[in-house]
Design a protein around this ligand. Sequence first.
Ligand code: ATP
Ligand code: MG
Length: 414
Amino acid sequence: MISIPKGTKDLLPQDSYKWHYIEERVRRIAGLYALQEIRTPTFEHTELFLRGVGDTTDIVNKEMYTFDDRSGRSITLKPEGTASVARSFVENNLRENALPMRCYYETSVFRYERPQAGRLREHHQFGVEVYGAEGAAADAEVISIAKRMFDELGISPTLYINSIGCKTCRKDYHAALVSYFESRQEGLCATCRERLHTNPLRILDCKNDNCAAIAKGAPSILDYLCSDCNAHFDALKHNLDVLGIAYVVNPTIVRGLDYYTRTVFEFVAENIGAKSTVCGGGRYNDLIESIGGKPCPAVGFGMGIERLLLTVEAAGVEIPNQEQPTVYVACMGRPDECARLVDELRKAGVSALTDIMERSLKAQMKYADKLGVRYCVVVGDGEIDSGAVQIKDMRQSTQETCRLENLVEFLAAK
Ligand code: ATP
Ligand code: MG
């Protein structure tokens, strides 16, 4: 038997309605904020992620699916969504669009990670990007989009915010961090000891318990912000207060990608185990420039759809299955009439099925029941002759009578 690659998942027919439900709601909220969809390819030139995400990050160093294609170009399966959108923004000169440009994407994301619940090698992200707005009102609006999506889905993960400053204020902070961690090196994991001189900020994000304990006592970035970054962070808090969005300031939130500047945030669900960050985002004012475009401020987030679904289910939210067939026409020896009838029903916009296997009435009813059909109608010689049919409501176990010629109209009205 050929099995599925480790860390990937099939979305099975009986579960797909849950994804559709989440996607439909999330897109509806995106519409309320006038976000337009952008679709970028599944793979990009490796160079994009080296420059965009940063070559000292875990994603780039350890997690990318990179290969040479047949003509020897280095190709990488998207390890996140933002760099591709930024590439498209520059390449298609989207700054000519009305700014700020607001868009969203839904994409597969590939990372070579150790698979566990909520951590896959191919997962899916819904993301939002806003380009061209520098002020904290944009950051607050982006955060409010995620918040509204969670509200819509009946979950309430905790919002953590932080500012990691700009290039200027981070310089002093890096020095302070390095000297703090240098004197505590023995307690750090091997990766963090390596990171100490390449990317000390990353240590704050390490999931190793010892590193996390040491990181707790580290100097806080918030004590190192320059006055502009400080003012921006204060404005963000003010704007969130205005929108009534609760948050916790957490100076150890740094995010796993190099492109962030100033605002970073995460929404963390408390009830799905260790891997509980459902959404992460922030501001990346230097990203466009680092991939070769004219500087342009940007802010956005990525939300893991698998974790979103885990969180919704863990919260006990019942996802309604709106994709079960509405009508089953059980066929008793009159296949032509039944075929014509379901065809009429579909034309009228009603999802309908009939027998295509010459099965017994009992077998047909069992099938209809398994599919979760709402209404059953038996059509045989008796119904054709009398012109009257019984409509059985499978959920309420009630029955109604209807003229055959009115059946389509009757069911369409339901
Ligand atoms: P984590 O800290 O859990 O590794 P991350 O910081 O690497 O997450 P991001 O790069 O910010 O995650 O991705 C945004 C969101 O995508 C995460 O908040 C999470 O919901 C989801 N996500 C990230 N990696 C995975 C994965 N391997 N499997 C499933 N979902 C993931
Ligand atoms: Mg990660």
